[in-house]
Design a protein around this ligand. Structure first.
Ligand code: IMP
Length: 230
């Protein structure tokens, strides 16, 4: 039987972990997140691009834990604001601001602007402890609404108008949003080719079981079972 691969999602967010787990539920992969391990230093998201941040989070986690890790980074880019808030999407109205305050700040910046084009982007990085990573990117285009509308979702959803559905993201069901959103599309692509991802991980990882045994051996936990052939 093929060995089960552990994939660590570089987040402490249970909702995000469960959502990613659903995309990968048909594959021989055990999903864990940072809460399944002891204390791990906080990773600063100070890259210039979503790609930088996603790779930084995934590769750091993979290196620290000795396991393959997946991280995503996403945000909103507004044409009339030269791509802002971009990588600052989560901090656009200050570190402690609420989603509502971020939406209001953006609407203020957009006052009087006729070009309302915007896009959500998402980059997902899957890294192994030795450094290499696979990258997936997806984008969803829309318009910044004049006023907020809808109550589901999070972040900028109430002011992101999606023309094909004539609704903001906050007026869509989770299923509708997942079908067309930047994150949904990136994870759908990963799901579609996850067999290849697993082969890539296996090629770049020593067999996890073996690593665990060696570590335990060198730590002095000599168990004769580990010397037996299986
Ligand atoms: P992160 O990738 O989870 O760190 O998200 C960065 C920030 O981008 C979030 O805090 C939101 O403000 C914004 N964002 C990313 N994806 C979405 C989305 O699907 N809807 C609304 N806002 C989003």
């Amino acid at each position: 039987m093929q060995k089960l691969i552990i994939l660590v999602i570089a987040t402490r967010n249970k909702g995000k972990t469960a959502e990613i787990g659903r995309f990968l539920k048909d594959y021989p992969v055990e999903i864990k997140n940072l809460d399944d391990f002891g204390p791990i230093p906080q990773i600063e998201e100070n890259g210039d691009t979503f790609d930088d941040n996603a790779y930084k989070k995934a590769s750091f986690t993979a290196r620290v834990l000795g396991l393959p890790a997946l991280a995503d980074d996403s945000g909103l880019l507004v044409e009339a604001l030269n791509g802002a808030p971009g990588v600052y999407s989560a901090r656009y109205a200050g570190e402690a601001a609420t989603d509502k305050e971020r939406c209001l700040r953006l609407l203020n910046e957009m006052e009087g602007k006729s070009d309302r084009r915007a896009a959500f982007e998402c980059v997902v990085s899957i890294a192994v402890p030795s450094g290499p990573a696979l990258t997936y990117e997806a984008r969803c285009e829309g318009l910044i609404a004049e006023t907020p509308s809808g109550s589901s979702g999070f972040g900028y959803d109430p002011i992101f108008f999606y023309p094909p559905y004539k609704k903001t993201f906050a007026e869509l069901t989770i299923e509708e949003k997942n079908r067309i959103s930047h994150r949904g599309k990136a994870f759908a692509e990963i799901g579609d080719e996850f067999d290849k991802v697993l082969i890539w991980i296996r090629q770049h990882m020593p067999i996890q079981e073996k690593v665990n045994r060696q570590e335990r051996f060198y730590e002095g936990e000599h168990d004769c079972r580990f010397n037996k052939k299986e």
